[in-house]
Design a protein around this ligand. Structure first.
Ligand code: ZN
Ligand code: ZN
Length: 259
């Protein structure tokens, strides 16, 4: 089985399309690429129900959409028989993680994806000359990134970690990388890194050595990117010894044969 468990519900011009009509082109691309099931994972800071959490203009400016409309669009697609799962890309927010989880608790998630994009309000992936990279040495950025990722995993509030070694996005790496222990969560193998300056899959093989469960992910922001480069993701998984992929329903995972 092939799943794509990371995508953002947009139209072909990257405009928000939180409707069942918006879902259809993603389902069509998935079918054409042999992807059996897709999971929508909109950024959590897009939804006004989560507004109390956000502090950065980048987040509050985008925090205008209705969470119920998003959830209803995906659930309606399910009711119509489309192979879709309801997810969310949930940001690391430090000591407010429990509060954010409470805001999301009323909804029937199939899985929650955890991401570290900001640490103490400073972006990891906005550019090589902004955010975390301005006043912190490279090894410090990586150390704090993985510390935040481990915190997010340990929170119990997410099921899968997105783009697990995102800190490599701009090709700035310490001489020695110390990978964290991340228990109780799956890691996504993401092809999005192939479209970023780093030009690599996330995560590095070293992060898969302990054998955490995996999902496959495109991080598509347009329907055309669903399942993109998944032949490479499957090769990466097999090379690391994987024969199964995680399939989620109601925040419970089962393993299905990979491929
Ligand atoms: Zn992300
Ligand atoms: Zn994403």
């Amino acid at each position: 089985m092939i799943v794509d468990y990371h995508m953002h519900l947009r139209d072909s011009a990257e405009r928000i399309a939180h409707t069942v009509d918006g879902v259809e082109p993603f389902v069509e691309t998935a079918a054409s690429r042999g992807v059996a099931e897709i999971g929508f994972t909109e950024h959590v800071y897009y939804f006004r129900q989560t507004l109390p959490i956000w502090t950065e203009p980048y987040q509050t400016e985008r925090c205008v959409y209705d969470l119920d409309a998003y959830v209803d669009a995906v659930l309606e697609a399910k009711r119509r028989g489309m192979p879709v799962k309801l997810g969310m890309e949930v940001d690391y927010v430090g000591e407010r993680q429990d509060e954010l989880a409470e805001l999301l608790a009323p909804y029937p998630w199939d899985f929650l994806l955890g991401s570290v994009h900001w640490i103490d309000g400073l972006a990891v992936d906005a550019g090589p000359d902004v955010g975390m990279w301005v006043d912190h040495p490279v090894d410090e950025v990586w150390r704090r990134y993985f510390s935040a990722l481990a915190d997010l995993a340990a929170s119990g509030h997410v099921d899968v970690l997105a783009h697990p070694d995102l800190a490599k996005i701009f090709r700035m790496r310490p001489d020695h990388i110390e990978y964290p222990a991340l228990d109780g969560v799956a890691l996504e193998i993401s092809t999005a890194g192939l479209r970023k300056p780093v030009g690599e899959l996330y995560p590095a093989a070293a992060m898969l050595e302990a054998g955490p469960p995996i999902t496959l992910a495109s991080d598509a922001h347009v329907p055309a990117d669903v399942g993109r480069d998944f032949d490479r993701a499957v090769v990466h998984a097999r090379a690391a010894g994987y024969e199964t992929v995680s399939v989620f329903e109601g925040r419970k995972a089962r393993q299905e044969p990979l491929g």
